[in-house]
Write a protein that binds this ligand. Sequence first.
Ligand code: G3P
Length: 217
Amino acid sequence: MQLFLDTTDVGVLKDLAATGLVDGVTTNPTLIAKSGRPMLEVIAEICDLVEGPVSAEVAATDVAGMLAEGEKLAAIASNVVVKVPLTRDGLIAVQEFAVQGIQTNVTLCFSAAQALLAAKAGASYISPFVGRLDDHGADGMELISEIRAIYDNFDFDTEILAASIRTPAHVTAAALAGSDCATIPPDVFAALFKHPLTEKGLSQFLADWAKTGQSIL
Ligand code: G3P
């Protein structure tokens, strides 16, 4: 399972990328706005920090505009993945990007039917928004399972990128549901390492080791 960070905070990205466990990054217009930085600049910096895929989202909603913006974003670095909203025009643009060999991440997916169309359009990734469905009383993880079943039924190459992740439990559930990837807010990613019993057990090991008076080196 590939684990991406959902962030434009390059300081936090550098810290977590140092674990060697960050496979890529996703961004969106809200995260770009939060960065307070020019989009092309922050995407270029992120692409230098990670070797894996970096999703950069178009702002246009018409086919011609998405294609023009997407081509400009793809030219930033070889690991840019052009993020496109799951709309009629978005899926038309995805088909053209596929012809051009530009990787795409189709975002704002909230139904299995939408995901089916995205795979037929040749999307590289599909981003079902788990947390936002949960926020509306639906079962976001059920959508991941449905998409997994459909994609396996027809051997689609599109990779499922579980998005709108809110908790470590979401990451585990997405992995169990067969999602290829998850994009995770930095605070949730940092929480993945932690368990109170690990911390308690380590403290006990260290206390008992200290009693031996020994040194390994
Ligand atoms: O960036 C895509 C997605 O992960 C954002 O989800 O609900 O946290 O805005 P959300």
